[in-house]
Design a protein around this ligand. Structure first.
Ligand SMILES: Nc1nc2c(ncn2[C@@H]2O[C@@H]3COP(=O)(O)O[C@H]4[C@@H](O)[C@H](n5cnc6c(=O)[nH]c(N)nc65)O[C@@H]4COP(=O)(O)O[C@H]3[C@H]2O)c(=O)[nH]1
Length: 635
């Protein structure tokens, strides 16, 4: 039983006792005063009314007492609630602002002052438009008031101004407070400062769309901009050009000087490129050493070509990094909208095909996309497919090109060169399928097969009494980088029974310089087998002389590009002489490729080049077609 029940029970008992005592007493008094029962009855009636009156008075007094008591409790609870609300109001991290129905500020909390920078006195009695940033138009506020009118509430993002003048974003909820009669009594706005969230949002968006190293737009943003540019160009009937830029031999710099220098180089290149273009041009780094440039309002190939040349020329000046000068070139592929492609994706693919063409044409230049390039790309896919079949169907052949001793003019060795006897297309040049085989990884299989054939053939010649010093085979950079090359060579030598000293492995200069440390290890292992090593196409790469000196190589092959200009081109002549001197100083043999004229052979002989090969001595032919006795007189 509660306290209230007990006191009510006490009141009721008191009333019962008083009533019984009163009735007994009045009954006794009336019977002793009056003899006449009629008089007694009348007075009893009067007494009844009097008691009812007294009871009504008591009930009234009790009611007043109870309501006073309850009233006091409610008042106390209200006060408590208000104190709690004020504490919450003041401690909350959200800013709170209360206005009267006329929009005049009547209350703000502590967080409000911290966020806005205003003191309480500076804002009381003023209107919230004091904080307007000017970022929102009239529609925004109209919508806000419409929502307050219809739903009694509005929430959303709003930009306001602090006392310092700084504009910042808030997340704000405004609520209408109504009195008992349904009239608006106050507006309460609760808001939080979301600048930090906005900043991280911006940072995330920035990171998602930019390359962190150079700060340039990345592939995602570039594609997006390209889409927009194409849409706008289509609308305004204008043209667009996409230039894809790739740094030549960047990997060499990265590998030889380290990633840190590589990164610095990319940053410097990005800086140079930035300085070339007007703000309307989008420059991006798509990844690695690949950059892209999107030029709006450029529909003529000649215009785009001028820009491409400007990019190439921008790198002619060496870059200074950490007290060293670095030289780097670039190749550029160009594709135009709407002439070459109608979508951003296609434009990019076409520029990539054009870039491939620029690279194949010797780098440090640009190429424009043509439809033939798509045809070529298609052809490359077909060749890759057919090449697999060719290997299974044994359509590959090995031809041998004679190598002559320049001093005696005698045939002393041969180079094994693969040929593809296509059932429909006839003899396919390796220049056509070797790059595809390299891209698809089929080259390892091809090289292994050629090596096996060449070793067997050499054994047969030796058994037939042919005096031949060596057979040379090409090892692609793909295979050269693999550990299994060693096992493969050992197995072939074992199976064929060929003396390892008769096998010469030709590795291109770029394959060696791709990863000089791996190359060095691989070469030492191969040398342990007893085979000879030659560097092919020497002069076209970026060999460091220090590295070259450490390589266990027996021969340098002068690239045919330098031989072609002999003896009249002074630059070629000078380069050839330097290579010969270099090889001799390091105790290596020198062999020139691509000798097509007697004068070239004479120049090489005069400058102490030991060996030579070329059409003038003999073209690559099938094994049985070799002319062992041919020794054309050089002088
Ligand atoms: N203009 C001209 N060219 C001459 C002359 N003398 C020789 N050549 C050509 O020059 C190329 C020399 O081979 P390479 O530099 O190793 O260049 C080779 C080599 O890098 C690659 N290759 C050929 N066979 C193989 C192979 O079995 N494996 C690998 N990995 N690559 C191979 O394909 C390239 C091209 O081979 P080929 O078309 O056979 O072309 C051969 C040869 O036919 C000349 O006097 N004038």
């Amino acid at each position: 039983m509660t306290v209230y029940h007990r006191s009510a029970m006490r009141g009721a008992l008191l009333y019962l006792v008083l009533s019984v005592v009163w009735l007994q007493l009045v009954g006794y008094l009336l019977s002793s005063f009056f003899d006449q029962s009629a008089d007694q009855l009348r007075w009893q009636l009067i007494n009844g009314y009097a008691w009812v009156l007294v009871s009504a008075g008591l009930v009234f007094l009790a009611g007043v007492r109870i309501s006073r008591l309850f009233g006091k409790g409610e008042h106390r609870a209200d006060g408590e609630r208000l104190r709690q609300a004020a504490a919450v109001f003041d401690c909350t991290r959200e800013g709170v602002l209360v206005t009267d129905p006329n929009g005049l500020i009547v209350h703000v909390n502590r967080a409000f002052m911290t966020i806005t920078g205003y003191a309480r006195d500076e804002v009381l009695g003023r209107r919230p438009n004091l904080f307007k940033s000017g970022r929102h138009g009239a529609d925004f506020y109209q919508e806000m008031f419409a929502s307050l009118g219809s739903r009694g509430e509005w929430s959303g993002e709003i930009w306001n101004r602090r006392k310092s003048g700084e504009i910042y974003p808030q997340w704000q909820t405004i609520r209408v407070v109504r009195d008992d009669n349904g009239q608006v009594s106050h507006y309460v706005a609760v808001f939080s400062d979301i600048s930090a969230i906005k900043d991280s949002e911006h940072e995330l968006a920035y990171l998602a769309h930019h390359d962190p190293l150079t700060g340039l737009p990345n592939r995602l943003l570039f594609s997006d901009r390209a889409e927009q540019a194409l849409a706008s160009s289509q609308l305004h009937k204008r043209g667009c050009a996409l230039l894809l830029v790739d740094l030549d031999h960047f990997k060499n710099i990265n590998d030889s000087l380290g990633h840190h220098v590589g990164d610095q180089l990319l940053k410097s290149v990005a800086e140079r490129f930035r300085g070339l273009f007007a703000p309307g041009v989008t420059l991006a780094r798509l990844g690695g050493d690949e950059f892209a440039v999107l030029v709006e309002n450029c529909s003529q190939p000649a215009q785009a070509a001028v820009l491409a040349q400007r990019i190439i020329d921008a790198l002619k000046e060496p870059l200074r990094l950490e007290n060293q000068l670095l030289f780097i070139n670039a190749s550029v592929g160009i594709s135009l909208f709407p002439g070459d492609a109608l979508s951003a994706g296609q434009l990019l693919r076409n520029a990539d095909s054009a870039l491939f063409k620029a690279k194949s044409a010797g780098r440090d230049g640009y190429a424009l996309y043509t439809e033939e390039l798509t045809a070529h790309a298609q052809q490359r896919v077909e060749i890759a497919f057919e090449l697999r079949r060719a290997l299974q169907q044994q359509e590959l052949r090995v031809h041998y090109q004679p190598v002559h001793d320049l001093a005696t003019s005698r045939l002393i060795g041969v180079e094994a060169l693969v040929r593809w006897e296509h059932p429909e297309r006839g003899l396919v040049s390796p220049a056509e399928f070797i790059p595809i085989a390299e891209r698809t990884g089929l080259i390892a299989q091809i090289d292994a097969w050629v090596m096996e054939q060449a070793c067997r053939q050499m054994r047969q010649w030796q058994e037939a009494g042919v005096a031949l010093s060596f057979v040379a085979v090409n090892v692609s950079s793909r295979l050269f980088a693999r550990r299994e090359l060693y096992e493969q060579v050992a197995r072939v030598l074992h199976v064929s029974g060929l003396d390892p000293a008769c096998l010469e492995l030709e590795v291109t200069e770029s394959a060696v310089m791709d990863d000089p440390e791996v190359a060095l290890e691989q070469m030492h292992r191969l040398r342990e087998l007893g085979v000879r090593l030659a560097i092919d196409d020497f002069g076209t790469g970026y060999s460091s002389l220090l590295r070259l000196k450490r390589l266990p190589v027996q021969k340098l092959k002068i690239d045919q590009g330098f031989v072609a200009g002999l003896p009249w081109d002074e630059d070629d002549a000078a380069i050839v002489q330097v290579i010969i001197a270099l090889a001799r100083s390091m105790g290596m043999q020198v062999q020139a490729e691509g000798i097509e004229q007697r004068e070239q052979a004479a120049f090489l002989l005069e400058h102490a080049c030991g060996m030579g090969q070329g059409y003038w001595f003999g073209r690559p032919v099938a094994a049985h077609q070799l002319d062992w006795d041919r020794a054309p007189a050089i002088n």
